[in-house]
Design a protein around this ligand. Structure first.
Ligand code: NAD
Length: 333
C-alpha cells in the first residue's frame, strides 16, 4: 500500500507517518510538503534514509509538480493534512488560507480523479461547525457555520469535496477531528505555549477569562483513528473524531501549572480573540458504530506525556520560538 501524505512534515501529519510506518510494515509513504514555517523534517528524523519513506518538497498549489509525482510514484491513496492551520494567523492575513486550503485541495482533487486514486481522505476540523453553548454536540449532518477565516477555508473545502463525491464519484472520506495535542506540536498553539512559558516562568496569556471549552484528542489517538477510518470507513461519509475530553481553557492551564509545579500567578488574562468560539463538542456515534474506534488516552495521561516530551525537547521548542519571533517582527511589525 503506497500512501501519499500531504503536510507530512507538520504536527499531525508527521505523527501519522510515524504511526503508520511503526505499526504497519506493508505501507510505504510519499510525503509532499512545502515546508512552510510550520513544517519541519526534524519531525521525521527517525525515518531518514528509510526506503519506506520518500519526501518531496512541493507546494500543493503547484499542479505540474504534483502531476509529475503522481505519474512517477504508483500511489494507491491520499491522506490530505496540508493546510495553513493557525486561527490567529488567518485573522491577520487570510490569503494563504484560501490559496492552500481551498485552491491546493481543489488541485489535489482534480489530480486524484485523473490518477484513479482509490481513496482520498481529507482531514477537516470540528471548527467548521461554528460554536456551541454549554449544551449539545455537533453531529456530521449539521450545517456548517464557521467563525474564522481558517475555519471558513476548511468548511469551503469540505463542501468542495462533497461536490466531487456527488458529481465525479470521487472515492473520498472527510474526517473532522477535535483539538489535537501531543509531541511535535508547533509552539504557537495553546498547549505548547503554556508549557513553554510556564517552564520559563513567563506570563501565560489566556484569552478573555479562559472560559472557552475545547475537546482535546491526544495526537496518537487521532492518527490511529484516521488510519482506522481509512481502512474501514465508508466512502462518501463524514466522520467526527472526538475524545469526549472537554476542558475549559483555564482548567487546561491550571492542570499544566500543577503538573510542572508552577504558581497560578503566572496566568495573565488578555483581550479575547475576535470571533472566539465558545465551545466545540463532537458527537462520535458514527465512528464508534462503523469503525468501532475509541481513543485510548485520557486527557490526564495525554497531557503528562506531552509535558514530558516538551521538557525533553526544549531545544527544538526554543529554536521554533526564536524563529517565530523573528518572522513575526519581519512580517507583521
Ligand atoms: P501544521 O500547521 O502543524 O502542519 C501543516 C503542514 O502542511 C506543514 O508541514 C506545512 O509545511 C504544510 N503545508 C502548508 N501549506 C502547504 C502547501 N501549500 N503545500 C504543501 N504543504 C503545505 O498543522 P496540523 O496541526 O498538523 O494540522 C494538520 C491538518 O489537521 C490540517 O488540515 C488542520 O486543519 C487539521 N486539524 C488540526 C487540528 C489540530 O488541533 N492541530 C485539529 C483538527 C484538524
Amino acid at each position: 500500500m503506497k500512501l501519499l501524505v500531504t503536510g507530512g512534515a507538520g504536527f499531525i501529519g508527521a505523527n501519522f507517518v510515524d504511526y503508520v510506518l511503526k505499526h504497519h510494515n506493508d505501507y510505504e509513504i510519499i510525503v509532499c510538503d512545502k515546508l512552510t514555517y510550520a513544517g519541519d523534517m526534524e519531525r521525521l528524523r527517525d525515518w531518514k534514509n528509510n526506503p519506506r519513506l520518500t519526501f518531496y518538497k512541493v507546494d500543493i498549489t503547484d499542479r505540474n509538480s504534483l502531476r509529475e509525482i503522481l505519474s512517477k510514484e504508483k500511489i494507491n491513496s491520499i491522506i490530505h493534512f496540508a493546510a495553513e492551520s493557525h486561527v490567529d494567523r488567518s485573522i491577520q492575513d487570510a490569503s494563504p488560507f484560501i490559496e492552500t486550503n481551498i485552491k491546493g485541495t481543489q488541485i489535489l482533487l482534480d489530480i486524484s480523479l485523473k490518477h484513479n486514486i482509490e481513496k482520498f481522505i481529507h482531514i477537516s476540523t470540528d471548527e467548521v461547525y461554528g460554536e456551541l453553548g454549554l449544551e449539545g454536540k455537533f453531529s456530521e449532518d449539521m450545517p456548517l457555520n464557521p467563525s474564522s477565516p481558517y475555519s471558513a477555508s476548511k468548511a469551503a473545502t469540505d463542501l468542495l469535496i462533497k461536490s466531487y463525491i456527488r458529481t465525479h464519484q470521487l472515492p473520498a472520506i472527510i474526517i473532522r477531528p477535535c483539538n489535537n495535542y501531543g509531541p511535535w506540536q508547533y509552539p504557537e498553539k495553546f498547549i505548547p505555549v503554556i508549557i513553554y512559558k510556564a517552564m520559563k516562568n513567563e506570563k501565560i496569556p489566556v484569552y478573555g477569562q479562559g472560559l472557552n471549552i475545547r475537546e482535546w484528542l491526544y495526537v496518537e489517538d487521532c492518527c490511529n483513528g484516521i488510519l482506522e477510518i481509512f481502512e474501514k470507513g465508508k466512502i462518501g461519509e463524514i466522520y467526527n473524531l472526538g475524545s469526549g475530553e472537554e476542558r475549559k481553557n483555564i482548567d487546561v492551564v491550571k492542570t499544566i501549572l500543577q503538573i510542572i509545579n508552577k504558581p497560578e500567578s503566572l496566568i495573565e488574562f488578555v483581550t479575547d480573540r475576535p470571533g472566539h468560539d465558545f465551545r466545540y463538542s463532537l458527537e462520535t456515534k458514527k465512528v464508534k458504530s462503523d469503525i468501532a474506534w475509541k481513543p485510548s488516552y485520557s486527557f490526564e495521561k495525554g497531557i503528562e506525556k506531552t509535558i514530558q516530551w516538551n521538557l525533553e525537547n526544549l531545544n527544538w521548542i526554543e529554536r521554533k520560538i526564536l524563529f517565530l519571533r523573528d518572522l513575526w517582527e519581519k512580517v507583521y511589525r
